[in-house]
Write a protein that binds this ligand. Structure first.
Ligand code: 13P
Ligand code: SF4
Length: 303
């Protein structure tokens, strides 16, 4: 029996579902019940009625959101150390410090934050809806964290004053992309369309044909007329893009752009996680209640 077969049997036996982020390894995406971006995964987790166990093949903050939205289900992160470094960049103390200086300014937090930070914000956003979330607020100035590149993107699109908290939060994987990577490929493939994640630097945004979340990129690739695409985001997405568009070509703008945290999850670790029911993701109730309100406010916007 293959590992994939063993996982399938255990899943049936334990009434489990596997939700995987677009950056997961190809063999994980292939056995997952759902593959998506962070908002898609949260929505799917929120509407998960049948399952007793959710295996969240991604990183810590995503599993935490699933646990917050599903307090009566067991949410398992296959690898204990799968932590997003950007989410660690914004602490509660830092948010409190900024709030002292700007007591009337709303706080918008990217979902790439820990639950403890989310508990101190007014509303959450993802890379798919950050512009709409900030636009929806009756405020011309917004505290926004932790990704400085997404903050600049939102400022450009909304024209509002965005104060980044912390001042220089970033994703180490998306920082690997340089505008020259895209420009050189555009010379080589003049017909290609460049898709860029907002976590890349704004200099990379400037050479993009499309800026969006990972699932928005998948949708864009499906409906765009172009046959070749330059992709500036984590390499795991290439598997899904190729699978859904076998007739199109996808070129990663920087070949070594792998998120080491996302890649900690393996089929073997998913099998063990399911078998031993570890690592259970829990969020203390008072924090979960506040963080849930911020997530629900985002969902109410129907972006
Ligand atoms: P998406 O919501 O676009 O999938 O992004 C999540 C993430 O961690 C990007 O680095
Ligand atoms: Fe975090 Fe960047 Fe990895 Fe996304 S790609 S999980 S933001 S480190």
């Amino acid at each position: 029996m293959t590992l994939a077969d063993k996982i399938a049997n255990l899943k049936r036996e334990k009434k489990a579902v596997i939700l995987a982020h677009n950056y997961q390894r190809p063999e994980i995406q292939d056995i997952a019940d759902y593959v998506g971006d962070s908002i898609g995964l949260s929505r799917r987790a929120m509407n998960e009625e049948e399952a007793k166990i959710i295996i969240f093949s991604a990183v810590d903050f995503m599993a935490e959101s699933a646990a917050i939205l599903n307090p009566d289900k067991k949410v398992l992160l296959p690898t204990l150390g799968a932590r997003c470094p950007m989410a660690q960049m914004l602490t509660v103390d830092e948010i409190k410090r900024w709030k002292v200086h700007y007591p009337l300014v709303p706080v918008v937090l990217y979902v790439n934050t820990l639950a403890s930070a989310k508990a101190y914000c007014d509303i959450c956003c993802t890379s798919a809806n950050a512009v709409e979330v900030v636009d929806s607020l009756d405020a011309e100035t917004v505290l926004f964290g932790p990704d400085n590149n997404l903050a600049e993107h939102v400022q450009r699109k909304t024209g509002k004053t965005i104060i980044p908290i912390p001042e220089r939060g970033f994703c180490p994987t998306h920082l690997l992309f340089q505008p020259e990577d895209v420009e050189i490929l555009k010379v080589k493939f003049p017909e290609a369309s460049a898709m860029v994640h907002p976590e890349c630097s704004v200099e990379v945004h400037d050479v993009a044909d499309f800026i969006g979340s990972t699932s928005q990129m998948c949708r864009y690739a499906k409906f765009a007329k172009a046959k070749n695409f330059i992709v500036a985001t984590e390499q795991g997405i290439i598997h899904r893009l190729k699978k859904e568009n076998p007739e199109k070509q996808f070129i990663l703008a920087y070949e070594d752009a792998a998120c080491p945290n996302m890649k900690l999850n393996t089929l073997e670790r998913i099998y063990r996680s399911l078998k031993e029911e570890k690592y259970v993701t829990t969020v203390p109730e008072p924090i979960a209640n506040k963080a849930r309100s911020a997530l629900e406010r985002m969902f109410e916007l129907k972006t």
